[in-house]
Design a binder for this molecule. Structure first.
Ligand code: SF4
Length: 384
C-alpha cells in the first residue's frame, strides 16, 4: 500500500536537522584553568581579525550550523561548556553559569565566525563537511540543542553500541539545567524563531518532563525529540498531536527483536513498537543506522521496511555509523538495497543523513538513484 506522506513544514524552510549522533561526536574536554574561572574563552586571533584576506585565496564559505544560530549547552561530559556547532574541532566555551550571558556570547561568536567564513577565513572550520560555497547569512532562527549533560536531564534508557554519549557518565557541573533553559527560551526568544532539539537524553525519564512539555506546548516551538521509544508518555503524545512542526525521531536500526537486543543492549524491541504505534504516525521519523556486522543485510532491512509499511511514519531515515572507519562494500550494497526496497514498498522518501556518508558513497548512491529513475526527492539529502 502506498504511503501517504504529508509535505512537512520544516522541509519548506530547508532547516538542517539534528540527530543524537551529532552530539555524540562531541569529545569530553579535560578540565583546564580557564574552565575553573568559568570565563568564556576568547576566540583565537585569526577568527576575530577584521582584515580581509588576500584576493587570491578569498572564497566565501558558509556553515549549515552557524546560519541557524545553534546554542548547544552542556556539550561535553561535564556539561560545563557550550558551543555553536556539533563538530568537535570547533570552539568550546566555558559556561559563565548564566544562560543569558552564555547565549549572547554564543550568538556574538557565531556572528564573528560567519563573517570570517564569508571572507574565506576558515580557521578551525577548515575541511569541515558542513561548509558550502557562498556567503552565509543569519536565518533568524535560534536553535537550541538540549542534551543529557545538564542537570535535570536524563540519560537514555537504551545503550546503542554506536553511541558516544554513553561515555559521558559524569554528572553535570553546569549551574543551570534543562528546565532553566526551557524557561529562558520561553521568556527571551520569540517562539516562531525557536527550533528546539532534545537529544542524547530521554525526555520522558526526566524529573522535569511534564514541566518541559507544558512549556513546549504553550510556546508552540518547532523541534525534534529523540527518544528510544522504550517508555511511552501520554503528554508527549499530546504534544505531537497539538503542536505543529514538532516530531519524534526513533532509531530502530533493525527489524527483529534479536538484532535490537544486540544493537541496543536492551530486550525492548516489542515495547518500542508498542510505543510507536501509540504516537501519531505522521509525527514520527524512523531511522536505520547502518552497522557493518548487525543490520547491513537484506533480511533485517526487509523486516524494518515491513514495519515502516505498517506504521507509515512521516519520514524514513537512512544513516550510517560514522564511528566505523570506512563505508565498506557490504554497507554500500546494503544502502542501495535499502533504497531500492523502500521504493518498492511504496515509501515516498528516504532521508539520507548527508553528514554521515563520505563523498564517494554519496556519489554512488546518487548515481544509483539516477539509474533507477527514482522521482526527484525520493532520496533526500539532508544535514542532520
Ligand atoms: S563549519 Fe563545521 S566546524 Fe565550523 S562552525 Fe560549522 S559545523 Fe562547526
Amino acid at each position: 500500500m502506498a504511503m501517504n506522506y504529508l509535505k512537512p513544514k520544516h522541509e519548506a524552510t530547508l532547516l538542517p536537522l539534528q540527530t543524537p549522533e551529532c552530539q555524540a561526536t562531541l569529545q569530553p574536554l579535560q578540565p583546564s584553568g580557564h574552565q575553573a574561572t568559568l570565563q568564556p574563552l576568547q576566540p583565537p586571533r585569526h577568527q576575530t581579525t577584521q582584515q580581509p584576506l588576500q584576493p587570491s585565496i578569498h572564497q566565501a564559505k558558509q556553515c549549515m550550523f552557524l546560519n541557524y544560530n545553534y546554542f548547544i549547552p552542556g556539550a561535553n561530559a561535564n556539561g560545563n561548556h557550550f558551543r555553536a556547532c556539533c563538530v568537535s574541532r570547533e570552539r568550546k566555551f566555558a559556561t559563565s553559569g548564566n544562560i543569558a550571558k552564555d547565549h549572547s556570547l554564543c550568538l556574538e561568536y557565531i556572528k564573528q565566525r560567519r563573517n570570517d567564513l564569508n571572507r574565506g577565513n576558515l580557521g578551525n572550520c577548515t575541511g569541515c563537511q558542513f561548509l558550502v560555497d557562498g556567503a552565509g547569512e543569519d536565518k533568524q532562527q535560534r536553535s537550541f540543542i538540549i542534551n543529557s549533560g545538564l542537570p535535570g536531564g536524563s540519560r537514555c534508557n537504551a545503550a546503542c553500541i554506536y553511541c558516544d554519549s554513553l561515555e559521558n557518565k559524569n554528572q553535570s557541573k553546569c549551574n543551570y539545567g534543562v528546565l532553566d533553559i526551557f524557561e529562558y527560551i520561553r521568556d527571551n526568544v520569540a517562539p516562531q524563531s525557536v527550533y528546539l532539539s532534545y537529544a542524547s537524553a530521554e525526555i520522558v525519564l526526566s524529573e522535569y518532563c511534564d514541566e518541559m512539555l507544558n512549556i513546549w506546548e504553550e510556546a508552540g516551538w518547532r523541534g525534534i525529540i529523540f527518544t528510544s521509544g522504550i517508555k511511552y508518555n501520554d503528554k508527549l503524545r499530546h504534544i505531537l498531536e497539538v503542536v505543529d512542526g514538532v516530531w519524534l525521531n526513533v532509531s530502530l536500526d533493525c527489524g527483529s527483536a534479536a538484532t535490537y537486543k544486540k544493537i541496543k543492549r536492551r530486550n525492548k524491541f516489542d515495547a518500542v513498537l508498542d510505543t510507536i504505534r501509540k504516537y501519531p504516525n505522521d509525527r514520527i521519523e524512523l531511522k536505520y543506522c547502518l552497522l557493518e556486522d548487525y543490520n547491513s543485510n537484506e533480511h533485517e532491512i526487509c523486516n524494518f521496511l515491513n514495519i515502516c509499511t505498517e506504521i507509515q511514519p512521516k519520514f524514513v531515515c537512512l544513516s550510517n555509523n560514522k564511528n566505523e572507519n570506512s563505508f565498506s562494500q557490504t554497507k554500500l550494497a546494503a544502502a542501495l538495497f535499502f533504497i531500492k526496497q523502500a521504493f518498492s514498498c511504496g515509501i515516498k522518501q528516504i532521508n539520507l543523513t548527508l553528514d554521515y556518508f563520505d563523498d564517494f558513497t554519496l556519489q554512488q548512491i546518487k548515481e544509483f538513484a539516477l539509474s533507477q529513475s527514482y522521482p526527484n526527492g525520493f532520496v533526500k539529502y539532508e544535514y542532520k
